[in-house]
Design a protein around this ligand. Sequence first.
Ligand SMILES: Nc1nc2c(c(=O)[nH]1)N[C@H]1C(S)=C(S)[C@@H](COP(=O)(O)O)O[C@H]1N2
Ligand SMILES: [Mo]
Length: 420
Amino acid sequence: MPADLSDESRYDRVRLRQWARGRARSAGVDRRDLLKLFAAGAAAGSLGAVAAGSAAAAGPAVPGTVKPLPPELFTLRGTNAETNFAALRGTGPLTPVDRFFVRNHTVTPRIAAADWRLRVWGDALAGGPVEFSYDRLRSLPAVERTLFIECAGNGRSFYTTQQGQQVTGTAWTLGAIGVARWRGARLSDVLRRAGVTRAAVDVLPRGLDDEVVANGVNLGRVRRPLPVSKALDDVIVAYEMNGEPLPPDHGGPVRVVVPDWVGISSIKWVGDLEVSAQALYTPWNTDLYRLFGPDHPAEGSAPLTRQTLKSAFELEAGARIPVHRTRLLTGRSWSGAAPVHRVEVSTDGGARWQRARLHDAPRRGSWVRWSLPWTPRATGATALLARATDATGRTQPAASTPNTQGYLFDAVVRHPVTVV
Ligand SMILES: Nc1nc2c(c(=O)[nH]1)N[C@H]1C(S)=C(S)[C@@H](COP(=O)(O)O)O[C@H]1N2
Ligand SMILES: [Mo]
């Protein structure tokens, strides 16, 4: 396992203790409200249920996105839209913007690049607040990287359908992920120009979208602190996606992109960055995006950082497949820990496994496309399975360790098909 992984979790455990003892400042929500929510989330994951329920009930009948969400490309889930994996068949390594999943806590705001400002402020800067216009951001040295953004709850519904467990939150199948070519400035360059000091502990990006109200508590704007070590490492302040100006639904004009980490880290429509000499807490790193339940510490896990390992077929669930005809099964696999270098496929419900052919060079932060020809010999219902192994040596398990909010599902998914 890479050394920085243990550093990240050690950092978060320390931070969590500080917060529990009241030594860290809660950024923008009353500490007692947060503790109430935190207790509810720890007990039953109830915030997740209420948040998901109220988002769906309060939102418009159609999610508040700018781009169209046709049913052949997306499955709508409350304010969110899941990519249909079958719609990726035949596309390249990048998810086209017209089929990239959308995860919105509220609705997509419209912000013109000319009106956009990024305010960098906080007690770990050498001077006062510093503002960046869109043009100033674009004048910084640009970096370009191909990276996935994946929701921490991607695959959540399989905790219930495969493992019989009750979890709260949006019932994603496997389509809450997309891979894009992001172009932007390095967050480290922005922070250095703003005068970050050695006292910095956390960097808190905050979105310009509406405040989130859950369980009668106004949680404020979407925001989640990054440890300064990650912020100065490989985080991008992105203004382009797949060679185009960043579209509104994906955070345009400017979003944060945090390689390998859970999607909530990659704050869209970023409007300000607090650079703090103290650890910061928001609902998104206390009761949300941590693991609770019998298999986790009583006070919950450290806040989630890296994504896990998954595989998906580019095929509708329940597809009907003609017998005795060879067809090319295709799919994609990815990991937040290391490049995926092996994918095996079973066409008989998991009895025998065959090595799939990889179509991309395994690369950190992205996925590999793969294929395997299959000639079914008998009619009837069966399950297709794909399992990936990454360069740390980790293989997708048969079952995923449950948690009340259904995060980080990593087990092999059984994809039902009928041979006819
Ligand atoms: N400001 C803001 N940033 C946000 C969110 C949001 O609702 N508001 N959703 C987060 C979550 S939970 C995920 S998974 C990703 C989704 O990015 P996408 O909609 O571009 O796919 O954005 C993250 N950043
Ligand atoms: Mo997410």
